[in-house]
Design a protein around this ligand. Structure first.
Ligand SMILES: C[S@@+](CC[C@H](N)C(=O)[O-])C[C@H]1O[C@@H](n2cnc3c(N)ncnc32)[C@H](O)[C@@H]1O
Length: 306
């Protein structure tokens, strides 16, 4: 089995292809000998594609031309069936780099949602890694498994999918890298931190600024993680045609924030912060967890500087 999900060479029955018309409208079909795809502009015969290369055009009975390609992973991630919101390709790309996902890594992922990030992680760890994904809703886990196996053409030997709440069902396997994409990742920091190897990398992906603050302060309050790095990725597409070169209209709007931090060795606490927190950051109105590496007189939970 090809673990990347990528097929090359001439198109075969069973291959998924995306057919794009002249207006950019797309339709995904799985090729089957003798089958036809019916459009408002007449039928397209699958046999016109089977046996030939991708990157060709086929013409419907009504004269409409369609460009045929096998979908690449980023196209599949946003077009596959979903019950939960997916990580968009721009964020998945950032997650792979900031979390330092490498071939052979032992990776924890929760939740799984529709399995979009799962596919990106599996591709990056390869057959020698181990991805343990946790999803608390059976229905979502079923959709994710179907999406992953549909793209790969079967099950991936490095993937374990556990249905259950992460904190309740986490196993004792060592974790090199972890990605949390869920509503309340701060509830899982303790459990993940306990099993993460020294130097391990944790990334949380959250949608709102409130969640971002809560995750960052939970990591600081934990004390066994480095100062978190928080980022947001904006991708701006460009229109480049003759003399008309300008930003395009398809710039993706806000999707989420990434918060990344590294695990310190067991028993080592984050060094005391030299810089004072921003004025009011941990003032009387602040209700969240108080950082262990900020002295109490500055609003943290650390020892006084006396
Ligand atoms: C936004 S979706 C994840 C999307 C996924 N990363 C993707 O790319 O398709 C969030 C998922 O986390 C699951 N979830 C939330 N809290 C969880 C927990 N504590 N343990 C396991 N799964 C959890 C939810 O059921 C939901 O399916």
């Amino acid at each position: 089995m090809n673990l990347s999900g990528v097929h090359t060479g001439n198109l075969q029955a069973g291959d998924r292809v995306t057919l794009t018309d002249s207006k950019g409208r797309r339709k995904s079909v799985v090729l089957k000998e003798g089958a036809t795809w019916h459009t408002t502009k007449g039928a397209v015969s699958h046999d016109d594609l089977i046996g030939g290369p991708e990157g060709v055009t086929v013409t419907s009975a009504g004269g409409m031309q369609y460009l045929a390609f096998r979908p690449v992973l980023n196209e599949y991630m946003v077009s596959m069936p979903r019950d939960a919101a997916v990580v968009y390709p721009k964020d998945a790309a950032q997650i792979l780099m900031w979390t330092d996902i490498f071939p052979g890594a032992r990776v924890l992922e929760a939740g799984v949602g529709s399995g979009a990030l799962t596919l990106a992680l599996l591709r990056a760890i390869g057959p020698d890694g181990a991805l343990h994904s946790y999803e608390r809703r059976q229905q979502f886990a079923d959709v994710a498994r179907a999406n992953v196996e549909n793209f790969l053409g079967g099950s991936h030997p490095a993937w374990t999918l556990t249905v259950g709440d992460l904190v309740e069902s986490i196993t004792d396997e060592p974790i090199d890298r972890a990605v949390l994409d869920m509503l309340a990742p701060w509830e899982c920091v303790e459990a993940v931190g306990e099993r993460m190897v020294p130097g391990g990398v944790l990334t949380c992906y959250v949608a709102t600024a409130t969640q971002l603050g809560r995750v960052a302060d939970t990591l600081r309050a934990h004390g066994g993680f480095t100062e978190p790095l928080a980022t947001e990725t904006t991708v701006r597409d460009w229109h480049a045609e003759g003399l008309a070169i300008r930003p395009g209209h398809g710039t993706s709007s806000h999707t989420g924030f990434l918060i990344t931090s590294r695990r310190l060795a067991q028993g080592v606490s984050a060094p005391m912060r030299k810089r004072r927190p921003a004025p009011g950051a941990y003032g009387a109105d602040y209700q969240g967890p108080r950082p262990a590496n900020i002295p109490a007189e500055l609003g943290g939970a650390g020892a006084g500087v006396g």
